[in-house]
Design a protein around this ligand. Structure first.
Ligand SMILES: *Cc1c(COP(=O)(O)O)cnc(C)c1O
Length: 374
């Protein structure tokens, strides 16, 4: 049995430190918006290289409150991708705006920057690129388009903490960056958590108010907000784990390189590509294979925890039926949805396990192929 991620192994390395910090919080009597929250916001802003970070309850709230803070709502359009987790467009829907889907670049699975401009209309307010699987989008091109068309940029960096484009961390290019600390993310907490980053003092203050019932001063409310604070227990856990993120990301990259090596002579297995001058953090290690569903089934039978991220592209999900979008709109998105398979990837995976994954995958690809040809 090799799981796609094994959180228990990470706990074995940080558990003692985490337990000490959590007990301190429990004994402190201060559970919401206390000293850990503040310290974590400062530490992670420094790590990412931006002026401000505001901790929230989830990555979904980070996206939703980013849109709120930029006054994006009913009647507005936001350009994004359908090859992502639903939270990206859910946030757009929550504020009443409309997602406008752009196809992906099949090499990186990220937004096809060459198609963005053709989707801009007078209603477009923002571009919302997703750094999927920990792979940075081409932020030079996206920022240039945004500047020329006077659009906001909100980065969905939920899968890409620590990833870099030309030496700068993703999530710090646009007006607002959004992060998630869901347990399986590269920096995961032991519950839910999220974060926005910004260089704007105004946007920071707006989000601080929005996360706490729409008011900066307690019991004085300026607008409709939400309850989306990161609690002290999670903040304390994240402060411990933040110290390890560089090391963990580095290990993920080494594991990715080793998988690449193991698959290098197998022409039916297409390994991930990286854009030039990027630091990809491999939230997922995702290959493209023929007969994907059959291979996935065979792998599961052999105890290899592979996953499909994501089985249905967002423009074809029921939640977006109201947009009236049809199959054929996003050919690369639709095609790659049927090819992708993410393999076990976490800092603590061993080379021996990787060899087992690779050997089993190669066998399953062969088996599925011979089955498909009869
Ligand atoms: C995880 C994730 C989110 C949402 O984060 P939550 O903390 O689970 O709300 C948003 N976008 C992407 C791409 C994600 O992977």
């Amino acid at each position: 049995m090799i799981p796609i991620i094994d959180s228990k192994r990470q706990y074995a390395t940080v558990g003692a430190e985490v337990e000490k910090e959590v007990i301190d919080v429990l004994r402190s009597g201060s559970y919401i918006l206390g000293k850990n929250n503040k310290a974590f916001e400062e530490e992670i802003a420094k790590f990412l290289g931006c002026n401000h970070a505001v901790a929230l309850n989830s990555g979904t709230d980070a996206l939703h409150l980013a849109l709120r803070a930029l006054d994006i709502g009913a009647g507005d359009e936001v350009i994004t991708v359908a090859f992502t987790f639903v939270a990206t467009t859910e946030a757009i829907g929550i504020v009443g705006a409309k997602p406008i889907f752009v196809d992906i670049d099949p090499d990186t699975f990220n937004i096809d920057v060459n198609e963005i401009e053709s989707k801009i209309t007078p209603k477009t307010k923002a571009i919302l690129p997703v750094h999927l699987y920990g792979q940075p989008c081409n932020m030079d091109v996206i920022m240039d388009i945004a500047k020329r068309h006077d659009l906001f940029v909100i980065e969905d960096a939920c899968q890409a903490i620590g990833a870099e484009f030309k030496g700068k961390k993703v999530g710090t290019f646009g007006d607002i960056g959004c992060f998630s600390f869901y347990p399986t993310k590269n920096l995961g907490t032991m519950g839910d958590g999220g974060l926005v980053t910004t260089n704007s003092e105004y946007l920071k203050n707006r989000i601080i108010a929005l996360r706490n019932h729409g008011g900066a001063v307690r019991y004085y409310h300026d607008e409709i907000g939400v309850n989306s604070r990161l609690d002290e227990v999670q903040a304390a856990i994240l402060r411990v784990k933040l110290k390890y993120i560089n090391e963990w990301n580095k290990k993920r990259r080494e594991h990715a390189a080793y998988y690449n090596e193991l698959f290098k002579d197998i022409k039916d297995i297409e390994t991930p590509k990286e854009l030039d001058d990027t630091y990809c953090v491999y939230h997922q290690y995702t290959v493209k294979i023929p007969n994907r569903d059959e291979v996935h089934k065979l792998l599961q039978e052999k105890g290899i925890g592979a996953m499909i991220y994501y089985p249905v592209p967002l423009h074809l999900q029921k939640v977006h039926a109201y947009l009236g979008l049809k199959e054929g709109l996003l050919p690369n998105t639709e095609k790659n949805t049927k090819l992708v398979l993410s393999l076990p990837m976490f800092a603590e995976i061993t080379e021996e396990e990787q060899r087992t994954v690779a050997k089993t995958l190669i066998e399953c690809v062969e088996k599925a192929k011979s089955k498909a040809s009869v």
